[in-house]
Write a new protein. Structure first.
Length: 330
């Protein structure tokens, strides 16, 4: 009865946990309350059959990705051919299964009893296997397996709900047309980036974009936006990030001081010049670098001002200017 009370408490914890990462931590933290077993493993199944495994063995937590096997223990659980063996060594020998040790450096003894149940179902957002293991033989009973199956059912629902929340949050911060982050994501990532060190922001718009829509139609205009978006995404990799703020306006987060951005601006200008002729676009860009004590809104405001100066002058970039020297008395 005590174990079922613990199970109820754990399901409430799962119901209140909204992030998959936090769910994984909760599983490994609390499984020891349900089973006398020093090893728990949560293996999530990828689209190509690979397994992302998070395993806690004694006090060690390790993460590993396993390539799919034609006939491994995880594959057998997923196919419904294995749930429980209290003598893993004999089972492996009789069945001809190849074991994969997740922690090659571990000096702990090998698993003797093994129990695993599937998570989710084919087609679910999150699928995988939940496993509990022991160093001693005959460690698990049919009642243990039943308890694990009940817990796995609740965990499957919690993982699916967390995946749905994460997907909805991602969609809420993603521009549908281009796949870039939107203004909400820019503000979130910009605040994080400013806390980590020097940061540059570039704001861009497409010169005479209204004319493209008016003369060539909105389908062509959308194609131009997608082409520019992909170009920006490519040019800022690997450390920067591109965003679409709406209409024909884009933004770039570029870690580092202004002086470090010149090669990236040259690359961007060359890429714009190489765009397909039917989708060619001129871009006006304003660049600003962060200052001590300045907030993100201030940084964006300076970049925005420079973008409109570039637009008025019909040039590619209006660079930041050095501050005027402060007069001194002699």
């Amino acid at each position: 009865m005590l174990r079922y009370r613990i199970l109820v408490d754990l399901t409430l914890i799962l119901a209140r946990t909204t992030r998959r990462h936090d769910l994984l931590d909760a599983v490994h933290l609390h499984m020891g309350q349900l089973f006398v077993a020093p090893i728990t493993m949560l293996a999530l199944r990828g689209p190509q059959g690979q397994w992302t495994c998070l395993t806690r063995e004694a006090d060690r937590l390790h993460h590993k990705t396993l390539t799919p096997q034609a006939d491994g223990l995880l594959e057998r659980v997923w196919a419904g051919r294995l749930r429980l063996t209290n003598d893993l060594a004999t089972y492996v020998q009789q069945e001809g299964v190849t074991l994969r040790r997740l922690d090659q450096a571990s000096a702990l003894p090998p698993t003797a009893s093994w129990m695993g149940v599937p998570l989710g179902h084919p087609g679910a957002d999150v699928t995988g296997v939940l496993s509990v293991q022991s160093y001693r033989q005959a460690a698990f009973s049919p009642q243990d397996l039943e308890l694990l199956e009940v817990f796995a059912a609740h965990l499957s629902v919690a993982l699916d709900n967390a995946a749905l929340r994460e997907r909805l949050e991602c969609e809420a911060m993603t521009d549908e047309l281009t796949g870039l982050g939107n203004r909400r994501r820019l503000m979130l990532e910009g605040e994080r980036a400013m806390a980590q060190g020097p940061l540059c922001v570039a704001l861009l718009d497409i010169q005479d974009f209204k004319q493209v829509n008016d003369e060539r139609g909105h389908l062509v205009g959308d194609a131009v936006l997608r082409e520019v978006a992909e170009l920006l995404r490519t040019c800022v990799q690997p450390s920067g990030e591109a965003f679409r703020l709406g209409g024909d306006e884009f933004a770039l987060l570029l870690p580092g001081p202004v002086g470090d951005q010149e090669p990236r601006l040259r690359q961007l200008r060359a890429a714009l010049a190489a765009m397909p002729a039917d989708l060619a676009a001129e871009v006006n860009l304003g660049l600003a670098g962060s200052r001590p004590g300045e907030g993100l809104d201030d940084l964006l405001g300076r970049a925005d001002e420079r973008m409109y100066q570039a637009k008025a002058r019909r040039v590619f970039v209006d660079p930041p200017r050095a501050p005027a020297p402060v007069p001194t008395e002699h």
